[in-house]
Design a protein around this ligand. Structure first.
Ligand code: SF4
Length: 98
C-alpha cells in the first residue's frame, strides 16, 4: 500500500515537515504553486546553507540567483505529498516529526 499524494489530504499538521535537499533545489517554485497550505517560499540562500553545498550545488545556486525554496510555514504541512511529486529536481522529502 502506498500513501498517494492527494489534494484532498486531511492529514493532521505537525506529523511531518518537508525537507529540501539544498544540492538539488533550483528555485523553480513548483512547490510554492502546488502546496495548498502555503508552506513554501523562494528566498535567498542563507550563508549557513550556502556553506553546506557541494561544488555542483554551488554552481546550481549561482545559475539560479542564489535562491532556493524554504519552508517558513512548515508547521502547516498536512502531509499531502503534492510538493514531493511536483518538484522536478526530486529535492523534497517528508520527514516525520518527533
Ligand atoms: S506535503 Fe508538501 S504540498 Fe502537502 S501540505 Fe506538506 S508542504 Fe504542502
Amino acid at each position: 500500500m502506498t500513501d498517494a499524494p492527494s489534494a484532498d489530504c486531511k492529514g493532521t499538521p505537525g506529523r511531518v515537515v518537508p525537507v529540501i535537499d539544498r544540492n538539488r533545489c533550483e528555485a523553480k517554485a513548483d512547490c510554492v504553486r502546488v502546496c495548498p497550505y502555503g508552506v513554501f517560499s523562494i528566498q535567498t540562500l542563507t550563508s549557513e546553507d550556502r556553506g553546506t553545498l557541494s561544488m555542483r550545488g554551488r554552481l546550481k545556486a549561482f545559475f539560479h540567483g542564489g535562491k532556493q525554496a524554504y519552508t517558513p510555514n512548515s508547521d502547516h504541512c498536512h502531509a499531502c505529498g503534492l510538493c514531493v511529486s511536483a518538484c522536478p529536481e526530486g529535492a523534497i522529502t517528508l520527514a516525520p516529526l518527533g
